[in-house]
Ligand binder design. Structure first.
Ligand code: NAD
Length: 473
């Protein structure tokens, strides 16, 4: 793992085996970083901070731009690695490479402008001058989940570096290989030693707690579950760390009677099955208005039932394995709970008897109020369909959750679409679209889905402090 510009083993000599979820075959060994390694990475980030912040913005932007081009040139290599360690179909892995690379391009473009942004003026009483500018927050700890091995890191590394912060990346234990390849690519793009350090560990709790307790760390940006994010917020309190939290979701997808049915079915398919349903913005609750419910459910179920499940490297595969057998057990338990309480299964619903962590595309209806699937994040290819009658009723249902990340509305009445988008307490709404993520847009959630935003202008501000100087001439 790269620490301070050198590729080092874990100080304790330990390793972690990374496995392919489609075959369960081991792929590689990576270092099992210890607390000492975590602190060595922080030392390296702190040593590099001053020089990196002083590096002209254009030079930093050039490195990000070279990284963008290099990832694009090595698209197949990155995509194959993502599929191997995470399982998603190759076409989805290629889409992730394009999306992830896009953050380097967007923040290369942003880096120059952000440093000439600012204000100089006279205070309202006319007595003295104001100068307001931006400066980097400082050494930043970036923690990512396994579901988008490239994009989740890119979304943090690119803005941090653009702002002039040095970084320590801790990828998920299941998917560290893509992050290591990215670090290699960035080194080749001319990134100075210590600006991006990567620690791969199977002791996340211990290593992260030690790094966060060190007052030299100034920021933590975390993407993962609400449970872990909430614990990290508590851990961030003693040193009053700057925090960005991208946490869990429970996205409603609402289809009104006046929706274009083809568009709604296409949108629901991608919002549900992208990444095998293992996405924080995945459609967790599909609400269909009663006039269109039977026809929508028929068409959508037909598409789900014919979804080809298999190894992500097979070009015919539309749905790869889940990340591991534990995830299959979690998803299966949610389905079994709903069925035991009276839900109807229209397709799927049984774990296939084959090696690898597979689960079929599944559709449930008639889900009773006490079923766990109504409130839990499914994180798998299971669609839960509910019906509704009025706009007010569905808005109340959509908001009846502690989460507020993504949401989707399908209607041909744009005024209604905008009205419902405004009424939904979520950070993001797609109108007649099942995918909204874009490097140029602010991604993030309200309520227990998180704090701060990634991407867009906001994504850069997350790594900047505002400096105000009052000047008496
Ligand atoms: P997770 O919370 O289990 O793990 C996320 C990361 O935190 C991993 O790197 C893990 O090793 C690390 N971690 C776990 N426990 C830790 C601890 N005690 N201290 C420090 N680090 C710790 O989540 P996951 O299972 O990897 O990912 C799935 C979750 O991520 C879902 O809830 C999903 O909604 C969420 N997610 C959110 C977004 C978003 O942008 N809002 C994006 C992707 C995933």
């Amino acid at each position: 793992m790269p620490i301070g510009g050198r590729w080092v083993p874990a100080s304790g000599g330990g390793t972690i085996t990374v496995a392919n979820p489609a075959t369960e075959a081991p792929l590689a060994q990576v270092p099992a970083a210890t607390i000492e390694d975590g602190l060595a990475a922080l030392d390296a980030a702190c040593r590099a901070q001053e020089a990196w912040a002083a590096t002209p913005a254009r030079e930093r932007a050039d490195i990000l731009d070279r990284t963008y081009h290099s990832i694009r040139n090595r698209r197949d290599e990155f995509a194959a690695l993502i599929t191997a360690e995470m399982g998603k179909p190759l076409t989805e892995a290629q889409a992730e490479v394009d999306y992830g690379a896009g953050f380097f391009r967007w923040f290369a473009e942003s880096a120059n402008r952000s440093h000439i942004d600012g204000q100089y003026g006279v205070e309202p009483g006319g007595q003295y001058r104001f100068a307001v500018s931006k400066r980097p927050v400082g050494p930043s700890l970036l923690i990512t989940p396994w579901n988008f091995p490239l994009a989740m890191g890119a979304r943090k590394i690119a803005p941090a570096l653009a702002a002039g912060c040095t970084t320590i990346l801790k990828p998920a234990e299941a998917t560290p290989l893509t992050s290591l390849l990215l670090a290699k690519v960035m080194e080749e793009a001319g990134l100075p030693a210590g600006v991006l350090n990567v620690i791969t560990t199977n002791n996340s709790r211990g290593v992260i707690a030690a790094v966060m307790a060190d007052p030299r760390l100034r920021k933590i940006s975390f993407t993962g579950s609400t449970q872990v994010g909430s614990a990290l917020l508590a851990q961030a309190a003693p040193n009053v760390l700057n925090t960005s939290m991208e946490l869990g979701g429970n996205a409603p997808l609402i289809v009104f009677d006046d929706a274009d049915l083809d568009q709604a079915v296409d949108g629901a398919m991608v919002a549900k099955l992208r990444n095998g349903g293992q996405s924080c913005v995945g459609a967790n609750r599909i609400y269909v208005q009663d006039g269109i419910a039977a026809e929508f459910t028929r068409r959508f179920t037909k598409r789900m039932a014919t979804t080809r499940v298999g190894d992500g490297t097979d070009p015919a595969t539309e749905l790869g394995p889940l990340i591991d057998s534990k995830q299959v057990a979690t998803v299966s338990a949610l389905v079994q709970d709903a069925l035991a309480k009276g839900a109807t299964c229209l397709t799927g619903g049984t774990t296939p008897n084959r090696p690898g962590s597979f689960y079929p595309a599944t559709v449930l209806t008639n889900i009773p109020d006490n079923a766990d699937i109504r409130t839990e994040e499914i994180f798998g290819p299971v669609a839960a369909i509910y019906t509704f009658t009025t706009e007010d009723e569905v808005i109340a249902e959509a908001n009846n959750t502690p989460y507020g990340l993504a949401s989707y509305v399908f209607t041909q009445n744009l005024a209604k679409g905008l009205r419902v988008a405004d009424a939904i307490d979520a950070g993001m709404t797609g109108i007649n679209r099942g995918v909204v993520s874009n490097p140029a847009a602010p991604f993030g959630g309200t309520k227990q889905s998180g704090l701060s935003r990634e991407g867009g202008t906001e994504g850069l501000h997350a790594y900047q402090e505002t400096k105000y100087t009052g000047i008496q001439l």
